[in-house]
Ligand binder design. Structure first.
Ligand code: HSE
Length: 436
């Protein structure tokens, strides 16, 4: 019987989940692949820590080379995270003839083209299903299930921490800072939450989805990245009043002129499916010219959901081995020689509807001053809301625009900020009324 010998780099939450599945699903995996999947070794900085697993003959070592360079390892699973030393270790493992599986979204988003080129050159697999949306097999869907489609839109909730915070803000009417503190206390948000709440984690995932969906590898700095720190309870309440929910979305669009790539808080219709994805859950929506829009929903993080995705890659490697093929499916779906570099549109050119929030003095003439600024920028207003209170220094003034460009919106808000009656920097949130 054929055997595949596995080494893991990193023995944190996901490493534990992968080890657990490998050690306890031997028969099931054998029935599905025809291959004995054997966990040989795990490298970690803390080999002495008890993870509560029956490890049997599995060696746990501090020495990373005992995984990436050892003769008795066929597949390396990289679960360390971050760019270095992960990148060097992955390159070294490939060069040493190992297949590599990684859950490292930053690594693939930033260095994916270089790493997959190395994998192709040495005839080994580089797979990363767990890097995007945890348990949801969205990479397999894009690469295989939708392979005959021209994809023109991919959007979704790609960060569970942000979705948990936005959901809790709405349900409790609470402020961002209070919900973040509570999420940290419950372990739903990291002690340093900036990667999640500033949108970087979602942007890494979006870069990978865009590369697979569009056959064009974006530079990471071409993605507009905005997080949720500036979303206030006032925004959430007004969004609800107007029939919307606020979600942090990763959005990738393509048309004849190029791509739009952005991570941003977005108002979506509350009756739609995006709005119904709540709490820590993730969802990805993909529009293809043949399939139409399809939706994928599930857990985007956590020990077993992420391990499930890592194991799916291992099963693919085992099956490919049985069929004596390698790289049956290219890492980014499009063959490396056909990957292009499509232009990415600047934010100022994006078209859409916008929600604007100002804090203004509640006095005669303010509305006229503010709307005059919008008129000068040729921005047409769909709705204005203000509940006046003459006993406070500033009241929220909420406006929704008809379709305009982001350049016009930014210019208008910069001009409004100069008005004496405008008491705080104005804010805007994009609206996507057409998202399902
Ligand atoms: N921290 C991420 C999230 C999961 O909150 O969704 C890993 O990318």
């Amino acid at each position: 019987m054929q055997e595949l010998r596995v080494g893991i780099l990193g023995f944190g939450v996901v490493g534990r989940g992968v080890a657990d599945l490998l050690l306890t699903r031997t028969a099931l995996l054998l029935q599905r692949t025809g291959v004995a999947l054997r966990l040989v070794r795990i490298a970690t900085r803390t080999p002495e820590r008890d993870r509560g697993l029956e490890l049997g003959s599995v060696e746990v070592t501090r020495d990373l080379q005992r995984v990436v360079a050892a003769d008795d390892i066929d597949v390396v699973i990289e679960l360390i995270g971050g760019l270095e030393p992960a990148k060097s270790l992955v390159l070294e493992a490939l060069t040493n003839g190992k297949h590599v599986i990684t859950a490292n979204k930053a690594l693939i988003a930033v260095h994916g083209a270089e790493l997959t080129a190395r994998a192709a050159a040495v005839g080994r697999e580089l797979l990363f299903e767990a890097a995007v949306a945890g348990a949801i097999p969205v990479i397999k869907v894009l690469r295989e299930g939708l392979a005959a489609n021209q994809i023109d839109q991919i959007y979704g909730i790609l960060n569970g921490t942000c979705n948990y915070i936005l959901t809790a803000m709405r349900e409790k009417g609470a402020a961002f800072a209070d919900v973040l503190k509570e999420a940290q206390a419950k372990g739903f948000a990291e002690a340093d939450p900036s990667f999640d709440i500033d949108g970087i984690d979602a942007a890494h995932k979006l870069a990978i989805l865009a590369a697979i969906g569009f056959g064009s590898f974006p530079r990471f700095d071409q993605i507009h990245v905005e997080g949720i720190r500036h979303i206030s309870d006032v925004d959430i309440a007004w969004a609800t009043e107007m029939g919307y929910r606020i979600k942090l979305l990763g959005i990738a669009k393509r048309d004849a002129e190029g791509l739009e790539l952005r991570v941003q808080p977005t108002l979506v219709p509350e009756a739609g499916m995006v709005a119904s994805v709540e709490g820590v859950f993730n969802a990805v929506f993909i529009r293809g010219d043949a399939a139409g829009t399809t939706m994928y929903y599930g857990r985007g993080a956590g020990e077993r959901p992420t391990a499930s995705a890592v194991m799916a890659d291992l099963v693919d490697i085992a099956r490919n081995g049985q069929a004596a093929v390698v790289q049956r499916v290219a890492s980014f779906s499009t063959l490396p020689s056909y990957l292009s570099s499509q232009p990415v549109r600047e934010a100022a050119e994006w078209r859409g509807e916008y929600y604007l929030r100002l804090a203004v003095a509640d006095q005669p003439g303010v509305l006229a001053e503010v709307t005059a600024v919008l008129a000068r920028q040729q921005i047409s207003i769909d709705a204005i809301h203000q509940k006046g209170r003459s006993d406070v220094a500033a009241v929220p003034l909420i406006m929704v625009t008809h379709e305009t460009t982001e350049g016009q919106v930014r210019a208008a808000l910069a001009a409004m900020e100069q008005l004496e009656a405008v008491r705080e920097p104005p804010r805007f949130i994009r609206i996507e009324p057409g998202f399902v």
